[in-house]
Design a protein around this ligand. Sequence first.
Ligand code: ZN
Ligand code: FE
Length: 256
Amino acid sequence: MSALEIVRIPALRDNYLWLAHDTATKATAVVDPAEAEPVLAALGARGWRLTHILNTHHHPDHVGGNTALKNATGCTIVGPRADAARIPGIDVQVGEGDTYRFGDAEAQVFDVPGHTRGHIAYWFPESRALFCGDTIFALGCGRLFEGTPAQMWASISKLRRLPPETRVFCAHEYTQSNARFALSVEPTNAALQARARAIDEMRARGEATVPSTLGEEIATNPFLRADRPEFLAAAGLEGLDPVAAFGEVRRRKDNF
Ligand code: ZN
Ligand code: FE
């Protein structure tokens, strides 16, 4: 097994696509290609050949480039078994407990329903890399389009158990507005205050704020903190169980 070289590709308005390249075998995957052109340009600039697409869920800003990339490269498309009918061109269906290997890299797959009912995440332990689509964002989480607060809390809790040094490669640059919301919920969190300042500085310099680490998210992301007494106290949610607290924080964000 070997560590992946991971490249960020901005696309559409605020999406990030991720190229994952295994230097030993030259296998290259793209995670959630919103569109084909920037992927082909990034591959061409590095002399890499696309061998795989890894999809986390069916939304157009995550699968929009599937067909064009498969036609251009003959790559293998991997996606959620639970949502296979909504993943264009899917070749390999994966779900909870599966491992998937491309090149020398091996991913463990988690079912993480909530944002969509068939959402999955790919964890590459050797690379300390988690590709979680629209489940956990830097300082946020995906909207509950097809799932319940109980499902999303269970999904996030599952990912929260991974090592804190895990890098969280989410699919959108929403961090600065997420930080404003997070501060409105837990204004007393010193780590969050410091992170929000750092994010403002990074964005002012035009820098990306993704990936973060799981440890940073555990310390500062309101959607990972719905079972922490200090969070519940700051948010005025004392006495609520984690699912109810998570659901209330998600409702506040929807109306923020
Ligand atoms: Zn989505
Ligand atoms: Fe998305």
